[in-house]
Design a binder for this molecule. Structure first.
Ligand code: AKB
Length: 318
């Protein structure tokens, strides 16, 4: 990978991935793009940046050619809760953007990464230790776009030889950029509210297990998979990966170890709860471990400590 184009660079993953990859591959070799162009932003100012709407296929091809890219990381997408509220827009952005990005990858012979999600599973999928290859009949528009995206990426690999690779991300937790519109967002919000207000009202009910991962492990997974020897990859789109599985009261208990007065209550949002109920409790990531050495460093205690330490600095809380 010599020149990497990233779409959706100012989203939750992109905000950290661009900086992470610029450190590894050089500032000038990671071309960040996003529909928004904020001022005073590390991603915008720290290397090449282009304004790009992923639905503009011509502009995407033009930007990729201008920078002579050999790798595309396509992150621009709507998350599950927003996609459920705006299903037509979700189909247009999640599928239209992916199709445009795959077409550029095909034309320029680029390596390609796009994330899938635990949202690609549905109520018929085995809930515990969900296998890599299993039933995928999601009941949400987000899930429909994620399964379709996995299939489309496989198609571009088989039909056109595009080197497509992907993971099914669990909920991602980070202190840098907020997720915005996901079902797993409670597991980010809770740390902010614990520090700012000493209490949190969860929109996901007690006992609802979902897979999660701390952002440093997610960034590492993207780079490791993109660097993996293709001859070892039996799967491509997309690998199950996870670092931990917990339910809301367990994260609350972990936070209490650092903030003993922390109080948790529940006001369940039926829409996001229904989405969470259709997702696995925990997924099996053996294929990712075996085929490209996936390994997560952070568990719930180590992630919670780091999140609270970093957020205290960010929020200037003593
Ligand atoms: C969401 O909640 O929509 C995402 C995801 C698990 O894909 N965080």
């Amino acid at each position: 990978m010599k020149k990497i184009l990233v779409t959706g660079s100012l989203g939750q993953i992109g905000s950290e991935l661009v900086t992470h990859m610029r450190k590894i591959y050089g500032d000038s070799n990671v071309i960040a793009t996003d529909i928004k162009v904020p001022e005073n932003n590390e991603v915008v100012n720290g290397g090449p940046f282009e304004a790009l709407d992923v639905l503009d296929a011509n502009k995407m091809a033009e930007v990729a050619k201008k920078h002579n890219v050999d790798t595309i990381i396509h992150l621009a997408a709507l998350l599950s809760a927003v996609a459920e509220a705006k299903p037509v827009l979700a189909w247009q952005i999640n599928m239209g953007g992916l199709f445009n990005a795959l077409e550029v990858a095909r034309e320029l012979n680029c390596k390609f990464f796009t994330p899938s999600s635990i949202g690609a599973f549905g109520c018929d999928t085995p809930k515990d230790n969900t296998p890599q290859d299993t039933i995928q009949r999601p009941g949400t528009m987000y899930g429909v776009t994620k399964v379709s995206g996995e299939l489309l990426c496989d198609y571009y690999f088989k039909k056109f030889g595009v080197d497509t690779r992907g993971v099914r991300f669990p909920g991602l937790i980070s202190y840098v950029a907020p997720p915005g519109g996901g079902t797993t967002d409670y597991a980010v919000d809770i740390y902010y509210k614990a520090l700012q207000e000493g209490k949190y009202t969860s929109f996901i009910g007690e006992g609802t297990y979902m897979d999660m991962m701390y952002m440093p492990d997610a960034l590492n997974a993207i780079v490791t998979l993109l660097e993996a020897d293709p001859s070892k990859l039996k799967h491509r789109n997309a690998f199950n990966i996870t670092a931990m599985s917990f339910e809301p009261s367990q994260i609350a208990e972990e936070i209490k170890k650092h903030i003993p007065e922390f109080k948790m209550s529940y006001d369940v949002d039926p829409i996001r709860q229904a989405i969470a109920d259709s997702w696995p409790n925990s997924i099996d990531c053996t294929a990712a471990r075996e085929e490209w050495g996936f390994n997560a460093k952070y568990d719930l205690p180590s992630m919670s400590k780091d999140m609270l330490d970093k957020l205290k600095i960010k929020l200037q809380i003593k």
